[in-house]
Design a protein around this ligand. Structure first.
Ligand code: NAD
Ligand code: TYD
Length: 339
């Protein structure tokens, strides 16, 4: 089988490529990525040693390029990870989120219609459901929860989901969607909470916590997300949505304190800063559908995945130092300066 992985030079896409190359050595993996600030070929350096892997640089929203590529490559499966993925960036610059996440996804769908596909899988997010109140621990997102987005990021992701489902209903395109909770693990860009805490604490720098730090996220180790997508693309049912999560709800403060304690750094590094605009309160996934229908189960808990993640960042300093010493400095100043 020939699998096109879009956004494979980013965090989850790259982890998925390594997962597939190891688990299904018979399959061919083509990574399609535009190498934005979040895309990093260093992340894929090991994959380049595998003859089943190839890389193509290109923009999923470039219609002529995508149509030419799909005509030539005749993919069996497309897994669409490519996206602008950071909520804070979507608040300061929403336009590129519409272009990549919405126009890019519909361009891929059109190419799949034109040249045929066995499965188009859209990697979506639990953020399309909006948020849950902090004082209702009994409430979870199910696949039936209405879409009710908060940020430009989640709105663009929800729009893409609606197009994916429309292409199934209208044209019979074989699609699936997964909506996963927050991921953490190796190769995550240090704009996201967990790698940001790790690199800042390692360097004895302040840790910016938005608002009161009481917002809750449901954390999943990235490999568990990859195993879920692997099951869906092979055994999932056309037209279906699958939620992915492992019941690892933590407040942001709990996350920060856990990382500080693993690194043996003082809690005095915590600095409260102005809250994110429209900040979602709580995300929490009910994963019962994927567990019962596809037999998926996460292998890691927050307690086992977090030490592994910290260890990876400590052993791969070069990977993140190259990032934070570049253009990232301007990003940090723009987002956090005077906050
Ligand atoms: P990321 O930002 O680390 O990587 C995104 C990748 O997409 C980068 O390699 C980038 O170069 C590429 N890309 C961006 N625009 C492109 C374009 N126009 N054409 C081709 N490539 C382009 O993101 P991530 O955290 O790995 O997330 C991957 C997917 O998973 C996204 O769709 C995101 O919405 C979804 N998701 C992420 C999380 C999470 O916690 N990170 C949770 C649930 C779902
Ligand atoms: P983030 O990693 O950006 O993921 P998302 O917004 O998609 O959930 O943020 C996770 C949580 O951490 C979110 O509630 C915002 C908060 N946060 C901070 O408190 N400080 C930070 O510097 C960052 C990046 C996030």
């Amino acid at each position: 089988m020939k699998i096109c992985v879009t956004g494979g030079a980013g965090f989850i896409g790259a982890n998925f490529i390594y997962y597939e190359l190891e688990k299904h050595c018979e399959d061919e993996i083509v990574c399609l990525d535009n190498l934005t600030y979040a895309g990093n070929l260093e992340t894929l350096s090991e994959a380049f040693n595998n003859e089943k892997f190839s890389f193509i640089k290109g923009d999923i929203a470039d219609r002529t390029f995508i149509f030419d590529l799909f005509e030539k490559e005749q993919f069996d499966i497309v897994v669409n990870f490519a996206a602008e993925s950071h909520v804070d960036r979507s608040i300061t610059d929403p336009e590129v989120f519409v272009r990549t996440n919405v126009v890019g996804t519909t361009t891929l769908l059109d190419a799949c219609r034109a040249y045929g596909i066995n499965r188009f899988h859209q990697v979506s997010t639990d953020e399309v459901y909006g948020d849950l109140p902090l004082d209702r621990k009994d409430l979870f997102f199910t696949e039936q929860t209405p879409l009710h987005t908060s940020s430009p990021y989640s709105s663009a992701k929800a729009s893409a989901d609606l197009f994916v489902l429309a292409y199934h209903r209208t044209y019979g395109l074989p699609v699936t969607i997964s909506r996963c909770s927050n991921n953490y693990g190796p190769y995550q860009f240090p704009e996201k909470l967990i790698p940001l805490i790790i690199y800042r604490a390692t360097n004895d720098l302040s840790i910016p916590v938005y608002g009161t730090g009481e917002n809750v996220r449901d954390w999943l180790y990235v490999e568990d997300h990859c195993s879920a997508i692997d099951l869906i693309i092979r055994n999932g049912k056309d037209g279906e949505v699958y939620n992915i999560g492992g019941h690892n709800e933590k407040t942001n403060l709990e996350v920060v304190k856990t990382v500080l304690s693993i690194l043996d750094k003082p809690e005095s590094l915590i600095t409260y800063v102005t809250d994110r605009k429209g900040h979602d309160l709580r995300y929490a996934i009910d994963p019962v559908k994927i567990e019962t229908e596809l037999g998926w189960k996460p292998e890691y808990s927050f307690e086992t995945g977090m030490p592994l993640t910290v260890k990876w960042y400590l052993e791969n300093r070069c990977w993140w130092e190259n990032i934070i010493n570049g253009e990232y400095k301007n990003y940090y100043e723009k987002m956090y300066g005077g906050r």
